[in-house]
Design a protein around this ligand. Structure first.
Ligand code: BDR
Ligand code: CA
Length: 320
């Protein structure tokens, strides 16, 4: 079983990653760190609690993460893509008590220390702020974590937040650059791979036809909403890109699903038109790097393998 701590800004594709983690017997979800990003932290936190509740897994700790990027500016949210509440048309119940929404990184460090850190994989599918803060605050504990996967970046392909920048790296370019430069054993899953991680309406129908739980019931409404949004953004796209789900699936290292290259990575974080741009040397003739600063970058994804795997896991059809 893979022990995972998920850093998310839930979000429709974050929700899909969380649902997948909860349905996959090969994943042991130790905690979710919930920060700002697609919507405000208060909403992402509530969305995680809601999904855990639907799954009957309220025992999984949720930790409040960051509320704004490291440059101190107000965050830019994306209700037009993820809905006002972050889950498309779903309005999760408003909790009776207001959550004690203070950032609580000591809880994160305790969870890591009390488990075997060398078996823990961190998967970051939101802005990199909370992950960078965790490293600033307690590098000793964080360095014991086995490996880290980050969804973010767009290498030599168009961005989705700006012409050149992907949304997670754009949302906090300082934190993204820090993580890419300092976090060891780092795998980055950028748009190069996740734009291929499509679930089509037919895939969604298959999942919906086999639903057996309130948690899986969520998939169809949120992905129908997401599909309408994407048809506006990229008319004719065959399905919805599951950026965050792809990063979680990548941790299972399924043969032939992802193609990787290793490079040093920098993220442009000075105020300019290129803010959030992810940079690596892919010039002709360039080769994999080695050494501490090298990041494994997913440059491609096998679309059919990905979709089949996800459908099998979500619908419990997978042969183990
Ligand atoms: C990333 O940005 C967010 O909007 C998504 O949840 C995903 O993490 C894709 O660029
Ligand atoms: Ca996300």
């Amino acid at each position: 079983m893979k022990k995972v701590i998920l850093f998310a800004d839930t979000g429709i594709d974050d929700a899909m990653a969380l649902i997948y983690a909860l349905r996959n017997p090969d994943i042991d979800l130790l905690a979710v760190v919930s920060g700002y990003g697609n919507v405000e932290r208060e909403k992402t936190y509530r969305n995680v609690e809601y999904l855990l509740d639907l799954a009957g897994r309220s025992d999984i700790p949720v930790i409040s993460g960051a509320t704004r990027p490291l440059n101190g500016e107000d965050p830019v949210f994306f209700p037009d893509i993820h809905g006002e509440e972050g889950l498309g048309p779903i309005q999760p119940p408003i909790p009776e008590e207001r959550y004690a929404n203070r950032s609580n990184f000591s809880k994160l460090f305790r969870i890591i220390k009390e488990d075997d850190p060398n078996e823990i994989t961190i998967v970051n599918v939101g802005r990199c702020t909370s992950l960078a803060i965790a490293w600033y605050l307690n590098p000793e504990v964080m360095a014991d974590v086995k490996q880290t996967y980050v969804m973010g970046g767009a290498f030599l392909v168009p961005g989705n937040a700006t012409a050149v920048a992907e949304a997670n790296f754009y949302g906090d370019a300082i934190a993204a650059n820090y993580v890419c430069q300092h976090v060891p054993d780092l795998t980055v899953i950028p748009l190069n791979a996740t734009r291929e991680a499509l679930l089509t309406p037919e895939d969604v129908d298959l999942i919906d036809a086999r639903t057996d739980s309130p948690l899986l019931d969520i998939v169809e409404p949120i992905l129908d909403f997401y599909y309408e949004v994407y048809q506006e953004l990229e008319p004719g796209i065959e399905g919805t890109p599951q950026h965050d789900l792809a990063a979680l699936v990548a941790t299972l290292e399924i043969p032939r699903m992802f193609t990787y290259e290793k490079r040093e990575v920098r993220v442009q974080h000075e105020e300019s038109y290129a803010n959030g741009l992810s940079i690596a040397n892919f010039r002709p003739g360039s080769t994999d790097c080695s050494g501490d600063n090298c990041v494994r970058i997913a440059v491609d994804l096998n679309r059919a393998l990905f979709a089949n795997h996800v459908i099998e896991v979500l619908t419990n059809q997978r042969r183990r």
